[in-house]
Design a protein around this ligand. Structure first.
Ligand SMILES: Nc1ncnc2c1ncn2[C@@H]1O[C@H](COP(=O)(O)OP(=O)(O)O)[C@@H](O)[C@H]1O
Ligand SMILES: CC(=O)N[C@@H](CCC(=O)OP(=O)(O)O)C(=O)O
Length: 295
């Protein structure tokens, strides 16, 4: 006899218990990318998942992006967006808009969505509580014409150099769910724009998170036949970059996963943020939802 819908729901709920126990009191950093945002129903489902994690005794931390939303605001202001090596070249005017969009509107939208579930979210960026300090990014690129390595001047693009856990440790013991925008100060007094994936990786590494989840717009890492790979070791992931199976925007994402694992994160998952409740499915169900990368 085939299972009815309510029997299936009951089975899934009952199966969740060992997973809830596995992650109790554990830190899970969720990176919510700009491409995964925009759909109101998906946003509500995401907020509900984060709220349920907190209610289950997990310590969820949201780090969000907002690349497309920054792009739209820059266009409105008549400022052109330019990327080098996947990073937004950020002059003084641009960094002001980046901070306004990320730490202002997007951050507060996510906080409000989580608060509407009845939980308590607090919006932060790297500046709050001396949480994160950045330095001007030192990116290099091989010039295709001369084949010589050149240093890129990306303006106020930063890389994380210090994470102070004090505020996040305090919040972990409270009702508050931190929602963090990837903007941080430098010791030089400037404000830096940091790629949200690398920012999330740095936070997860500093907290020795049990899981770091990257919500993107594909089901996970796909093989040559476009089939989802359920699990990858760091060595296997490196091999897939080398043989070209992993390309484009997935390269820096997987490299960030590897760096996060090397910094002490136990497992990193790349999953589809466009699938409703993918966070819950990944963490609290047998089948999971994306690609798990482990040491
Ligand atoms: N092997 C692969 N598996 C999955 N996606 C891949 C792969 N190789 C390249 N990609 C591309 O990487 C993209 C995800 O990276 P990106 O667009 O930078 O994500 P985000 O904007 O969510 O940070 C996918 O939409 C896909 O086009
Ligand atoms: C330096 C740099 O490129 N910063 C990114 C920060 C936002 C981001 O990373 O957002 P997504 O995760 O939505 O792509 C930017 O300006 O777009």
């Amino acid at each position: 006899m085939s299972e009815t819908e309510s029997e299936m729901q009951a089975r899934l709920l009952a199966q969740a218990l060992p997973f809830m126990q596995r992650y109790e009191h554990k830190t899970i950093v969720v990176k919510y990318g700009g491409h995964a945002m925009g759909d109101a129903e998906l946003g509500k489902a995401f907020a509900a998942d984060i709220a349920l994690l907190k209610q289950s005794g997990v310590n969820p931390i949201v780090v969000h992006g907002g690349g497309p939303q920054i792009g739209a605001m820059l266009t409105k202001m008549g400022i052109e967006s330019r990327f080098e090596g996947g990073l937004r070249v950020t002059d003084q005017k641009t960094v002001e808009i980046v901070e306004m969009v990320l730490a202002g509107s997007i951050n507060k939208e996510i906080v409000a969505l989580i608060n509407q579930t009845g939980e308590w979210a607090i919006g932060l960026c790297g500046k709050d509580g001396n949480m994160v300090f950045a330095e001007k990014a030192k990116k290099t690129m091989i010039d295709p014409d001369s084949n010589i390595e050149k240093v890129l001047d990306l303006g106020f693009v930063g890389e994380v150099v210090e994470v102070d856990r004090t505020l996040l440790d305090l919040l972990a013991k409270s009702e508050m769910i931190p929602v963090i925008a990837p903007v941080a100060p430098g010791r030089d007094g400037h404000t830096y724009n940091i790629n949200a994936d690398t920012f999330a990786g740095a936070i997860a590494g500093a907290l020795n998170a049990t899981r770091l989840l990257f919500l993107t717009d594909v089901p996970g890492v796909l093989d040559k036949n476009k089939q989802l790979i359920k699990e990858l070791s760091v060595a296997q992931a490196r091999a897939l970059i080398k043989d070209g199976t992993i390309s484009g925007g997935m390269i820096p994402k997987v490299e960030t996963c590897i760096e996060a694992i090397e910094a002490g994160v136990q497992g990193v998952v790349i999953l589809n943020g466009k699938t409703s409740h993918s966070v819950l499915l990944e963490l609290f169900s047998e089948q999971g939802a994306g690609t798990l990368i482990v040491p």
